[in-house]
Design a protein around this ligand. Sequence first.
Ligand SMILES: NC(=O)c1ccc[n+]([C@@H]2O[C@H](COP(=O)([O-])OP(=O)(O)OC[C@H]3O[C@@H](n4cnc5c(N)ncnc54)[C@H](OP(=O)(O)O)[C@@H]3O)[C@@H](O)[C@H]2O)c1
Length: 382
Amino acid sequence: MNKLAILGATGSIGTSSLDVVRAHRDRLEVVAVSANRDWRKLAEICREFSPRVAILAQENIRDEVDTAQFPQETELQFGAEAITQIARASDIDTVIAAIVGAAGLASSYAAVDAGKRLAIANKETMVVAGPIIVERARHSGAELLPVDSEHSAIFQALQAGAEQEVSKIILTSSGGPFRTRTREEIAIATPEEAMKHPTWEMGPKITIDSATMMNKALEIIEARWLFDLQSDQIEVVIHQQSFMHSMVEFIDGSVVGQMSPPDMRLPIQYALSYPQRWKEVATRADFKKAFSLDFTPPDFERFPALQLGFDVAQRGGTTGAVLNACNEVAVSRFLQRELSFYDIARVCRELLDRHEFISKPTIEDLMVQDQWARKETTLWQP
Ligand SMILES: NC(=O)c1ccc[n+]([C@@H]2O[C@H](COP(=O)([O-])OP(=O)(O)OC[C@H]3O[C@@H](n4cnc5c(N)ncnc54)[C@H](OP(=O)(O)O)[C@@H]3O)[C@@H](O)[C@H]2O)c1
C-alpha cells in the first residue's frame, strides 16, 4: 500500500488524484487530505476516503465549519503548520503537492526533508526554490516525481538515453486561448476570455498563466532544476492539440516524446506507480481515427512572459521567488480587473530588474524576496 497525503485535495489536481485512487484502491490509500477553506468539499472527500487527518489551511474559518459533516475516524485540523507537519508524518509514503502557488512550498520542502516521494504538481515549489529542493532530496533520499504533464513526458523520455546523451528538451504548449489573436486583441483581453482554455480544465491561477504563457515560463524554470539542464538546453514549441506532452532530443538527433490524450490522471498515476506502469486510468489514444499534430515556434512578441522564464532559468538565485510572487499577485489583480493582460508580464519584468539579487539564497532569503515582490506588485500602478 502506498499511503498518500493529498495536499490541495479539493482542487483540479486533487480531484484527478482522487480519481486515480478510486481506480487503484488495492494499491493506494488516502491517509491525509488538505484544502484552503472549502470545508464542504473536503468533508465530502473524507466521507468517501476516510483519511486519518483532514486539514484546512485557514484557521479563521473554524467557526463556520460543521464538524459533524466529517466522519468520526478523521481528525480535523487547522492551519498551514498542520499541513507542513503531515507532510513529514511517519505513516505517509507519498505527498501529492497539489496546492496552488508558493503556499505549497513549506509542505513540499517538509516532505523532501523527511525523505518522502514528492509528486510535484505545485510547480511554484521548483520555481521558487528548485536548487534547495533538489539538494535536500539528494541528502534525504526523497524522490521527486513530476506531475506536470510536460515534465512527466520528459521524465519518461529521458529513460531512452543516458544523462550525457541528452542534447535538449522541447516543452510543448497548447498556446492557450489567445494562440491566434493579435497583440492588439490580446492587450484588451478580459478575465472571462483568458479563463477559456482550449484543451485543459484547470484551477483559475494556472488557467490565466496558460493564457499569458507564464505557465510555460514557470515550466522552463521547473525543468531547469528538476532535470539539471542549462537554460539553453530548453526549447518551447506550440502544439495546439496538447497530445505530445514534451520531448527530449538526444545527441544523435533522435527525438523521443510521450503522447496521450490530454488527461492529468495519467501523469499523476505515473508519479505514483513509477517505476511500474499500471493499467489505464486515463483516456486512450485512438489511432484508428485520422488526426494530425501541429508544431509551430512560439511568438515572444505576443507572449512576453515566455522570455521571463528563460531569463530566470539562466539567472537563478532569487529571481524565481520574485517572478512567482509577482505573478501570483498580478494574476489576482488581473482577475479583479485592476491590471490589464500585458501588465502581468510588465510588472514581473520591472520587479525582476529592480530586486536585490542574491545568487545563492537560503529559504529565508527567498521568503523575504517573496514578501517584497508581493507588496510591490500590490502597490504597482501601470
Ligand atoms: N490543474 C492542472 O491541470 C494542473 C496541471 C499541471 C500543474 N498544475 C499545478 O498544480 C497546482 C494546483 O493546481 P490546480 O489547478 O489543481 O489548482 P486549484 O484547482 O485552484 O486547487 C488548488 C488547491 O490548493 C488549495 N489551496 C489554495 N490556496 C491554498 C493555501 N494558501 N494553503 C493551502 N491550500 C491552498 C485549494 O483549496 P480550496 O479548494 O479550499 O481553495 C485547492 O485544494 C498548481 O501549482 C498548478 O500550477 C495544475
